[in-house]
Design a protein around this ligand. Structure first.
Ligand SMILES: *[C@@H]1O[C@H](CO)[C@@H](O)[C@H](O)[C@H]1NC(C)=O
Ligand SMILES: *[C@@H]1O[C@H](CO)[C@@H](O)[C@H](O)[C@H]1NC(C)=O
Ligand SMILES: *[C@@H]1O[C@H](CO)[C@@H](O)[C@H](O)[C@H]1NC(C)=O
Ligand SMILES: *[C@@H]1O[C@H](CO)[C@@H](O)[C@H](O)[C@H]1NC(C)=O
Ligand SMILES: *[C@@H]1O[C@H](CO)[C@@H](O)[C@H](O)[C@H]1NC(C)=O
Length: 439
C-alpha cells in the first residue's frame, strides 16, 4: 500500500525529538490524557505529541505513529513504509500471532474484549481460552494477509516474517541483560515494562503504570499538561506494583544468606548431551533471589552421556551445586519425574550430590496447557516478581510458600493443568498482578 502522507515527515520527526518539558512549556492542550514513562527498557521509547504518540522500537527499527482517533491527523494520514507505520488509537480490535507470544500482558491491561483473532489456541491463559471457547475469538492463519487485514492491528513477536501494514511488533523477550552490567539494569524487569508499549495502542497507560510502577505524582508537577491526571495517579500510587514488589523481594533475598550463597545451575539435556544454560536473564534471577550462579569460567559446556570422561567432569561440577534447575524440554511435562532426570544424568549413587540429598531439583513447567505449552513463556514474562518469589523459596525453603511456575521434582511435585473453566473473572476485566507479601 502506498503511503499517503499528508504531514511532512520531517515536521513529524522534529516534533518527536522535542522533550516533554518543551511541549509543556508551549502550553499545548493535548488530546492524550495518559502517559507512560519508560524507565528500564532499552529497546523502545515513547514520545507524546498533542494528538499522537510515537513508539520507536529498536528491535524492528520501526517507528509506530499512533494517532488519536478523534484527531484530524487520523483521518488524513497513513504510513506504511519500512521504517514507519501508522495506527489509529485506541485500537478497536486486534489479532495476535499467539505462537511464543506472552498474551498475559493483554490480560493485565484488561484488553481481552477487543482481542478478536489469534493464530493458535496453544496458550496458557485460562481467560483467553474461555473467551475463545465462547466464540469471542476467531482462529486466523498467520500467512493469510487478507484475513489479517480485517483487524485494526495484528501483533507479532517474530519480526523477520513478511508483514502487512497493520502488523505491529511486540518483542519483550528481546530485552537482555548484558553480562558486564548485571546488577544495574534489571533485565527481568525490562521485559515486564513492555506492558507500557502495548498500552499506548489502547490509551491504557494509566493501567500499565499501575501494574508495572507508578509515575510518581511529584515527577509530574512540572508538567501542567498532566494536571488532570494527577488526582487519578495519586490514587493509583496507593497500589502495589510489579516493579516495587520485585525490588522488595530482591532486597529481602539479599539478606537471607548467612555465609555462603547457594550455588545454582540451570541444566539442559538434549540428544544425549548435557549442558549448563547461560541465559543472562536466568543468571540475573538467580543473583536477585540470593543465589550464586555456577562459575561462569567453566568453559567446557557440552557433556556427552556416552563419554565417561565428559560425564566425570559434569558430575564433578554438579557436586558443587546446591540447587539444580532442569530445563530439559519434553513433550509431556507431567511424565517428567526425578527418575527421568536421574536416568538422563546417568547417576546411580545419588549420595554425592547435595541437591539430591537435600531434594532440590526444580523445573519451570509447573503450569501447562494441553501437555504442550508452558506458562513460563507467558505469565512469567509479565510478572517476574512471581519467578523471583519462586526462586527465593527454592533457594531458601520455608515450606509455607506455594510456588507458581516451578515444581520440585525431587519432592515429586506434579504439574498444574490450565483449564478455561478455572478462569475466575470476566475475561474483559483486567487481571491484577499478584503481589507477593514482602516487607
Ligand atoms: C486514561 O486512562 C483512563 C483509565 O485507564 C481512561 O478511563 C481514560 O479514558 C484515558 N484517557 C484518555 C484520554 O485516553
Ligand atoms: C475492527 O475494527 C475496524 C475499525 O473499527 C472494523 O472496520 C473491523 O470490521 C473490525 N474487525 C473485526 C474483526 O471486528
Ligand atoms: C538486612 O540485614 C542488615 C544487617 O543484618 C539489616 O541492617 C537490614 O535492615 C536488613 N535489611 C532488610 C531489608 O531486611
Ligand atoms: C556422543 O558420543 C558418542 C560416542 O562417542 C557419539 O557417537 C555421539 O555422536 C556423540 N554425540 C554428540 C552429540 O556429539
Ligand atoms: C498451598 O496450596 C495448598 C493446596 O492448594 C493449600 O492448602 C495451602 O494453604 C497453600 N499454602 C499457602 C502458604 O498458600
Amino acid at each position: 500500500m502506498a503511503p499517503a502522507a499528508q504531514l511532512p515527515f520531517l515536521f513529524l520527526f522534529a516534533l518527536c525529538q522535542l522533550p516533554l518539558r518543551a511541549q509543556a512549556a508551549a502550553k499545548a492542550v493535548p488530546v492524550v490524557g495518559n502517559i507512560s514513562k519508560v524507565d528500564d527498557s532499552e529497546l523502545f521509547h515513547i514520545y507524546y505529541g498533542q494528538s499522537f504518540k510515537v513508539i520507536k522500537n529498536s528491535v524492528d527499527g520501526k517507528s509506530y505513529l499512533l494517532m488519536q482517533s478523534n484527531s484530524r491527523m487520523a483521518a488524513r494520514t497513513k504510513y506504511c513504509t519500512g521504517r514507519i507505520k501508522s495506527f489509529v488509537v485506541p485500537l478497536s480490535n486486534y489479532s495476535v500471532d499467539t505462537t511464543k507470544f506472552p498474551v498475559s500482558f493483554f490480560e493485565l491491561l484488561g484488553l481481552l474484549e477487543s482481542f478478536k483473532g489469534m493464530t493458535s489456541d496453544q496458550i496458557t491463559s485460562q481467560c483467553l481460552l474461555k473467551s475463545y471457547i465462547s466464540g469471542g475469538i476467531q482462529l486466523v492463519r498467520k500467512t493469510d494477509m487478507q484475513q489479517l487485514t480485517q483487524f485494526s492491528a495484528h501483533f507479532i513477536s517474530n519480526v523477520d516474517q513478511q508483514q502487512a501494514c497493520n502488523f505491529a511488533a511486540f518483542v519483550p523477550l528481546d530485552e537482555r541483560t548484558p553480562l558486564q552490567f548485571v546488577g544495574f539494569l534489571y533485565g527481568c524487569l525490562k521485559r515486564a515494562e513492555w506492558i507500557k508499549y502495548l498500552a499506548t495502542f489502547t490509551n491504557s497507560e494509566v493501567r500499565a503504570n499501575s501494574v508495572y510502577d507508578a509515575v510518581r505524582p511529584e515527577q509530574l508537577f512540572n508538567y501542567d499538561i498532566f494536571a488532570n491526571n494527577i488526582r487519578h495517579l495519586i490514587l493509583e500510587f496507593e497500589k502495589k506494583y510489579v516493579k516495587e514488589n520485585y525490588m522488595c523481594l530482591k532486597k529481602a533475598a539479599a539478606n537471607l544468606t548467612s555465609k555462603f550463597k547457594p550455588i545454582v545451575a540451570w541444566v539442559v539435556y538434549n540428544q544425549g548431551v548435557w549442558s549448563f544454560s547461560k541465559e543472562s536473564f536466568e543468571s540475573e534471577f538467580v543473583r536477585d533471589a540470593g543465589g550464586e550462579n555456577i562459575d561462569d569460567t567453566i568453559s567446557e559446556n557440552s557433556y556427552n552421556v556416552s563419554d565417561p570422561d565428559d560425564m566425570d567432569n559434569f558430575h564433578a561440577i554438579l557436586c558443587t551445586v546446591d540447587v539444580v534447575i532442569d530445563q530439559t524440554y519434553v513433550a509431556q511435562p507431567e511424565v517428567y519425574k526425578l527418575s527421568t532426570f536421574l536416568e538422563n544424568m546417568d547417576v546411580e549413587d545419588d549420595s554425592r550430590f547435595a541437591f539430591l540429598t537435600n531434594q532440590r531439583v526444580w523445573r519451570y513447567d509447573k503450569r501447562v496447557y494441553n501437555s504442550a505449552v508452558l506458562d513460563w513463556f507467558d505469565g512469567a514474562i509479565s510478572q517476574p516478581q512471581l519467578v523471583l518469589a519462586d526462586l527465593i523459596e527454592a533457594f531458601f525453603p520455608t515450606g509455607n510458600y506455594n510456588t507458581t511456575y516451578f515444581r520440585n521434582i525431587a519432592k515429586d511435585e506434579g504439574v498444574i493443568t490450565m483449564d478455561p473453566e478455572l478462569c475466575d473473572r470476566n475475561p474483559s476485566t483486567p487481571m491484577d498482578p499478584v503481589i507477593v507479601p514482602c516487607q
